[in-house]
Ligand binder design. Structure first.
Ligand code: GAR
Length: 217
């Protein structure tokens, strides 16, 4: 069973962003002291987003790599090469609104956070999809990225109630703190080399050496 992110911590993390960067902030805040990872590079495909300011304030190097006018495969390789030259070992997508292809994904764990209980409501506007579908529970998922859209093995999930008065914005605001918490938890597990993938299922080795499926009691 392949173990992800095995190696000596702290592991070097690259974060890809496209917007306000609240998940990036959660990772920056967590990556101190004993935490087994450090954010060493932040790349945005959009200029002037607030996430870049958050990274700069934390003293993390930033770059803007625009996807505009580039074929997907070319952009994927450009992005990969940038992160490799920054010595990145683990990639975290934090509100990065581009689908990445096989050229990018090869060779390192890539994590993503999504505002829905996957496999329900993948793609854009996860919270809106939940409101429109009339479900009574929504939530967040942190998963490993594969070549599909929000289809990779699930690392962590958390749920929140959906109220009849909810709009996309009110539900997304309830989900967001869960995203932050789950992302830190999932990165900790991957960076400490305790996560292995068995088909679509993710296994975590606990500190006592016992292997359990995530979510098992
Ligand atoms: C988050 O809600 C994240 O789950 C979502 O974008 C937001 C980014 O917020 N991502 C997706 O919908 C990906 N399919 P942030 O920039 O404040 O972290």
């Amino acid at each position: 069973m392949p173990v992800l992110g095995a190696g000596a911590p702290p592991r070097r993390v690259g974060v890809l962003v496209s917007g306000r960067g609240s998940n990036l902030q959660a990772l920056l805040d967590a990556c101190v002291g004993e935490f087994p990872a450090r954010v060493v590079s932040v790349v945005s495909n959009i200029p002037d987003v607030y996430a870049l300011e958050r990274a700069s304030r934390a003293g993390v190097p930033t770059r803007v790599l625009s996807h505009r006018g580039k074929p997907r495969e070319v952009y994927d390789l450009e992005l990969r090469d940038q992160l490799l030259s920054d010595g990145v070992e683990i990639v975290c997508l934090a509100g990065f609104m581009r689908v990445l292809g096989a050229g990018f994904l090869h060779g390192w764990p890539v994590l993503n956070v999504h505002p829905a209980l996957l496999p329900a409501f993948p793609g854009m506007h996860g919270a809106k999809q939940a409101v429109d579908a009339g479900v009574t529970q929504a939530g967040a998922t942190v998963h490993l990225v594969d070549a599909g859209v929000d289809t990779g093995p699930i690392l962590a999930q958390g749920s929140v109630p959906v109220f009849s008065s909810d709009t996309e914005d009110s539900l997304a605001a309830r989900i967001l703190p869960i995203e932050h918490q789950l992302y830190v938890q999932a990165l900790r597990q991957v960076a400490s080399g305790r996560v292995a993938v068995d088909g679509r299922r993710v296994v975590v080795e606990l500190v006592d050496g016992e292997r359990r499926w995530i979510g098992a009691p």
